[in-house]
Ligand binder design. Sequence first.
Ligand code: IMP
Length: 194
Amino acid sequence: MHHLVFATHNKHKLAEAAAILGSHIRLFDLSQIGCSEDIPETASTLEGNALIKARYVNEHYGFDCFADDTGLEVEALGNAPGVSSARYAGEPSCSEANISKLLSEMQGIDNRRARFRTVIALIINSSELHCFEGIASGRIIAERRGNAGFGYDSVFVPDGHQQTFAEMPSDLKNSISHRAIAIGLLADFIKDTL
Ligand code: IMP
């Protein structure tokens, strides 16, 4: 069975990835390999941040590893908040403040198009790099709706749906989300390669 590290401290992300990757991959998160550091995400792109994290684990711990980074890209705001999504309203990261800032920036703007974009960087055999991208397109509504989910879920309605991500059952969100799409591409690659 192939061992693979997901460079995250988030147990929900780990469980979601494990379910998609299937039983022929033994998946570990950072705490399971003894890594308690918060790996700094200092790049100016999602790709750069995902690569920093995957490379850090591979260099310091020697495992095949993948890492993800996600941003909300709003068309009328020039793709902001993008790589700064977690800290759009400043430190410390606060979803309520981020949403308030987003809604106020979008007041009076007719173009509500937006997308979540997840990038996964995978490093195998110490140097081989592969990237996977998942996109969920939709629109930003004017007021919060729904209590499930996290981040910007309560103001994002994906294309083809009426509910926000925060109003949907989590199973539905997890089957159409940017992260699920990116992990699905990773799973297809791994099935053929590892
Ligand atoms: P991360 O790269 O997964 O940590 O995501 C960075 C930031 O993007 C989070 O702090 C959230 O603000 C936002 N974000 C990522 N994924 C989602 C999602 O599925 N729904 C809503 N917001 C998200």
